[in-house]
Design a protein around this ligand. Structure first.
Ligand code: ZN
Ligand code: ZN
Length: 353
């Protein structure tokens, strides 16, 4: 199908490397999986073996239990590993803690599978590194010209400004439980906010895991058991799925904010009843997708999930060989369509109290 059929093909379980005998981010259980990052649509339990960065392995253990795979192999960033006659290497993707792109090299040909990635700096993970390659497999979650992510620090400024305008109201911020929640908290801290940040129960374990990996999130407290009055003027972070449910009614009359790239579309914010949309995304926007494809120097681009057709079209206008993969099973948990509850993080132990 391309310059790289020995390196990577598409199977019902997902991308497969025949020479290495492994899948990348498979959507069903396989013998051997290489995993780019811990979001549940990319990292599933039940594989025979999993190779991933130590952070991603740790996140999978937090979410699925220690026995999430038969065997695990940690992969250090930037250190090539031989698998069959393929040289495999993990490179930072800048998406969430532990996220990696995976490069496969054989002879003179290199394929890079990006997983999900972003170019904006994020205090909770190592910045994206461009890896020159022949074939670049890219996501396209926000692969439409309308998506242009502003500086996240400006969005956090809006939250803190609202807090000073409405000191009597709790500020409820919807944020995905892996990556977004921790990034929002870290950005709040960077902006100089030192008060405790209150957490929905479903976010506690991953926040603790981030802290265990040296990410400073400041003072965090469970929201459990507190009365609306005690949360006046406080920041409360919860998974997006909890913003409109019974749980949030316990907070009285909160200002509702939602941190997501989808908040660029005002109609979506209105639809969800979000008062304070915060355009903070852990994915590349339209411009960064294009810039990254150009930087890799790839002559061939495969688009895995998101707005595939638009990005494929753009690639073709640039003379690149591009194809949509139409892969099923990815609806990025980390920035799922806000209207698709199934793709949102499970509420875990976030029961109201
Ligand atoms: Zn994804
Ligand atoms: Zn993701």
């Amino acid at each position: 199908m391309s310059v790289a059929p020995d390196l990577l093909t598409l199977t019902p379980a997902g991308l497969y490397c025949p020479h290495g005998g492994f899948h990348i981010d498979p959507v069903r259980p396989v013998e051997r999986a290489l995993i780019t990052h811990g979001h549940s649509d990319h990292a599933r339990s039940g594989h025979g073996g999993v190779m991933a960065t130590p952070e991603t392995l740790g996140i999978m253990a937090v979410r699925y239990g220690e026995d999430f795979a038969g065997v695990t192999e940690p992969a250090a960033l930037g250190r090539p590993i031989r698998v069959g006659d393929i040289e495999v290497c993990f490179h930072p993707a800048g998406h969430v803690l532990g996220s990696a792109q995976i490069s496969l090299t054989r002879g003179a040909c290199r394929v890079v599978v990006s997983g999900d990635y972003k170019r904006q700096l994020d205090p909770t993970c190592i910045p994206f590194e461009t890896v020159p390659c022949d074939v670049f497999v890219t996501e396209a979650t926000f692969g439409l010209p309308v998506f242009c992510h502003p500086d996240a620090r400006g969005e956090i400024g809006k939250l803190l400004e609202s807090l000073s305008l409405f000191p009597e109201r709790p500020h409820l911020v919807g944020a995905y439980s892996l990556g977004k929640a921790q990034r929002v908290i870290a950005l709040i801290r960077e902006a100089g906010y030192d008060d405790p940040v209150f957490l929905h129960g479903a976010l506690e374990r991953l926040c603790r895991f981030y802290e265990s990996r040296g990410i400073d999130l400041g003072l965090l407290e469970p929201v459990r058991g507190l009365k609306p009055k005690e949360l006046a003027g406080r920041i409360v972070i919860c998974p997006p799925g909890s913003m409109a449910d019974l749980w949030s009614r316990r907070l009285g009359d909160p200002v509702t904010a939602f941190a997501s790239g989808w908040m660029r579309v005002r109609a979506r914010a209105r639809q969800r009843g979000v008062e304070l949309p915060l355009v903070i995304s852990d994915h590349s926007d339209w411009n960064d997708l294009q810039a990254t494809i150009e930087e890799t120097g790839a002559g061939e681009v495969w688009v895995t999930h998101g707005a595939e057709e638009a990005l494929v079209h753009w690639c073709r206008t640039r003379g690149l060989d591009a194809r949509p993969l139409h892969m099923l099973g990815y609806g990025d948990e980390g920035e799922a369509e806000p209207d698709t509850p199934a793709a949102e993080a499970p509420a875990e132990d976030g029961a109201p109290s």
